[in-house]
Write a protein that binds this ligand. Structure first.
Ligand SMILES: [Zn+2]
Length: 135
């Protein structure tokens, strides 16, 4: 009956899920969902799972668990557009279109937006010029 009085104050599903997740001392989705089912109706388990993915403390816990081999893995945090992106030149010589033999694939990390540009060659200057025109 820990949350009976607090439950009346909670209005939104994310608040309910997060407070129950905290009540289980950052327990997993199964534990949190069981506690939620005892007090509330119509909160699906996948919602609990999605909200737990957003918990910073659990993300740190997952990151530490994944570093058992000694490798430090930190999640990428991007705050601004075009702060971080991934560039892949793709060799299309077997499917070339006229003089265009390569594709430049750029993925922006924040929005996961992909940009693809045709390239005739792939020297650093041509790739850099295309990147400047993208951002
Ligand atoms: Zn958590």
């Amino acid at each position: 009956m820990l949350f009976d009085t607090e439950a009346q104050k909670l209005l939104s599903t994310p608040r309910i899920i997060f407070s129950m997740h905290i009540a289980t001392v950052h327990g997993g989705e199964k534990k949190a969902h069981k506690l939620i089912q005892d007090k509330f109706a119509n909160i699906r388990r996948y919602l609990v799972q999605e909200h737990i993915k957003l918990c910073e403390r659990c993300a740190e816990k997952r990151a530490r668990r994944e570093t058992a081999s000694g490798v430090v893995i930190r999640p990428l945090t991007v705050k601004d557009l075009n702060e971080l992106g991934q560039v892949d030149p793709v060799n299309m010589q077997t499917f070339q279109d006229g003089n265009y033999r390569f594709l430049l694939h750029y993925m922006e990390y924040l929005t996961k937006f992909h940009v693809i540009r045709p390239l005739q060659r792939k020297p650093a200057t041509e790739v850099a010029n295309q990147l400047l025109s993208i951002s």
